[in-house]
Design a protein around this ligand. Structure first.
Ligand code: BEZ
Length: 219
């Protein structure tokens, strides 16, 4: 029984996977994920439904953060399973109530092809509409971070930017970021780096609280 059930469930995308490409309609014309992202980072996020209050606030917040995404070389791409005509009716409400123009494309996933490809519909939560999924995709099109929130809980896009900061730092330096880290805070030298190698990489030194817990200034 359990095995039969497992066969019926599509494999969820996992961290490190190369994400599947797609082409779908959007408020800025047909979007091909790979072409849209180019060699930049990409945040693909779903919201459950047009003309809903929490989604309206989220899309306004993402639009207001454009300069923060640009600074990090990140493109954003929203999605809902509503039609283009529905998006066209709703987008002016975002500007009117949130005081900002939508400045990124919103996919109209009317046939749910992208939502199904990315596992954005969780049938035990809702059979028709997506949950609030976030996929952070790096320039090599690898999935680097996911978040899943239920419909009534709006996301914190400042936290998503913070996570992007960590991903970008940990890609370029052999460090990890500790609990509640923000840009400029001390970081952790990865356990895979020997003390010998660390002397070269972190000439200002580090504080060794334990042999596996070495704290240094953010490089
Ligand atoms: C909202 O965005 O407000 C929302 C969407 C779907 C269900 C509940 C709330």
């Amino acid at each position: 029984m359990a095995i039969r059930h497992a066969k019926m469930v599509a494999m969820a995308l996992q961290l490190g996977d190369t994400v599947p490409n797609f082409t779908q309609d959007s408020t800025e014309g047909p979007i091909d994920l790979c072409a849209y992202a180019g060699d930049q980072w990409l945040i693909l996020f779903s919201h459950p439904k047009d003309f809903t209050p929490i989604c309206t606030t989220e899309l306004g917040a993402v639009a207001k953060l454009k300069s923060e995404f640009d600074k990090r070389g990140v493109k954003v791409l929203g999605l809902s399973v509503d039609s283009l005509a529905s998006h066209a009716g709703w987008v002016p409400d975002i500007e009117e109530t949130q005081g900002v123009k939508l400045n990124f494309p919103l996919i109209a996933d009317h046939d749910r092809s992208v939502a199904n490809l990315y596992g954005m519909i969780h049938p035990n939560e809702d059979n028709v509409f997506t949950v609030r999924s976030v996929f952070v995709i790096d320039p090599q099109k690898k999935l680097r971070l996911t978040l899943t929130y239920p419909a009534p809980t709006g996301r914190n896009f400042a936290e998503i930017l913070r996570a992007v900061d960590s991903l970008q730092l940990t890609d370029s330096k052999k460090v990890g970021t500790p609990v509640n880290w923000n840009v400029g805070d001390d970081v952790i030298i990865l356990p895979s780096v020997s003390n010998e190698a660390a002397k070269e990489m972190f000439p200002a030194g580090w504080k060794e609280l334990k042999p596996y817990l070495r704290v240094t200034k953010q490089p």
